[in-house]
Design a protein around this ligand. Structure first.
Ligand code: FES
Length: 138
């Protein structure tokens, strides 16, 4: 990553994360989810790379540093963006997904997409605030 192309945006007070360790914040047109755990701050694009739905609704596992997408059971590292589980639907949800894919070719296409990592952003703490760096060259 070329550091010269990174534009830093001041987001929220560090202290505000004590009560609210996962904050959804707007940077230009993106919804950035900033997550605090014991190691520091992490920032990801809140849009799931599968269908663009909101990741913050699924919850985090801070031991694993992952976030879960509740819509089709995918898990991503909020540290690296890596896919940890992809479209891992189970039980009744799996049956319904199978049924939809039989009836609707678009649903079949959606459920056969290749895994894609979630976008991550660098963070820093300065002036008692968390900042996020967005690479403008992408
Ligand atoms: S929208 Fe997230 S896994 Fe489908």
């Amino acid at each position: 990553m070329n550091e010269n192309n990174i534009e830093w945006t001041k987001l929220a007070e560090v202290e505000s994360f004590n009560e609210n360790p996962e904050q959804l914040l707007k940077v230009k047109r993106d919804d950035i989810l900033v997550i605090k755990n014991n190691d520091g701050f992490y920032a990801i694009n809140n849009r799931c790379p599968h269908l663009g739905l909101a990741l913050n609704l699924g919850g985090c596992n801070h031991q694993e540093k992952t976030i879960h997408c509740k819509f089709h059971s995918s898990d991503f590292s909020y540290d690296t963006g890596e896919v940890k589980a992809w479209l891992n639907v189970k039980g009744f949800e799996k049956f319904m997904t199978w049924l939809f894919t039989k009836m609707d070719p678009d649903a079949k296409k959606m459920m056969s997409m290749e895994p894609k990592p979630v976008e991550t952003f660098p963070t820093k703490v300065e002036d008692d605030h968390v900042w996020v760096g967005i690479n403008n060259s992408i």
